[in-house]
Design a protein around this ligand. Structure first.
Ligand code: 5GP
Ligand code: MG
Length: 191
């Protein structure tokens, strides 16, 4: 927990899962991997806000290709105690993605419900290609079969905050990714 003094939110963490330095290194590498995969093609990036904002902003600056950016907002199904049904689209695309090379970006792949339903929705709009990228992957939690094409880090089954990931809309601005102390996770609300 370095930087606790100049970034007091660090003190709320029980564990750091991914350090700021490791995020920077991996995001740079991911950018290079994506650029190689797309060659000279233009990429239409669809980012799921709010969680993917920080990751998307840093990642795109590591991708030298021409890029168009659009953001969508998906309803969280997690606050709902009855919690069934599909994630819903709250804010839709503004760009036309037909015949475009689309890269869908999110902060974390957990049960797979969000990504698989958004990917299906985007496929109906006839993109030339559709690839997916997540910063974090909790592979052990999958309920719907889904693998992302580009993954930043695999993490254990813990509720992660920081670098865009929130707990009740807080902690997004933490520069690293970590797990909150147990007394701060109670009640465990998913934002
Ligand atoms: P899935 O639909 O794959 O279960 O979940 C994806 C969404 O759930 C993510 O976009 C994210 O908003 C939220 N989520 C899943 N796991 C975590 C986590 O560990 N921390 C935070 N802050 N959000 C999570
Ligand atoms: Mg969220």
């Amino acid at each position: 927990m370095t930087k606790a003094k100049n970034f007091p939110l660090h003190a709320d963490l029980e564990t750091v899962l991914v350090s700021e330095k490791d995020i920077k290194k991996r995001v740079k590498k991911l950018g290079a991997e994506i650029a190689t995969a797309y060659g000279d093609e233009e990429i239409t990036v669809v980012s799921i806000i709010n969680g993917a904002i920080f990751f998307t902003a840093d990642l795109l600056r590591e991708i030298p290709n021409p890029v168009r950016l659009d953001c969508i907002r998906i309803s969280s199904y997690r606050n709902d105690t009855k919690s069934v049904g599909q994630p819903k689209l709250l804010q839709s695309l503004t760009l036309d993605i037909a015949n475009r090379h689309v890269l869908l970006i999110d902060d974390i792949l957990d049960t797979g419900k969000t990504f698989s339903s958004v990917a299906n929705m985007l496929k109906k709009l006839n993109p030339a290609s559709l690839h997916t990228c997540v910063l974090l992957d909790k592979r052990g939690r999958r309920e719907v079969e889904f693998e992302a094409d580009f993954v930043g880090f695999e993490i254990p089954d813990k509720f992660a905050v920081g670098y865009g990931l929130d707990f009740a809309e807080r902690y997004r601005n933490l520069p690293c990714i970590g797990v909150l102390k147990p007394n701060l996770q109670n009640p465990p609300e998913w934002a």
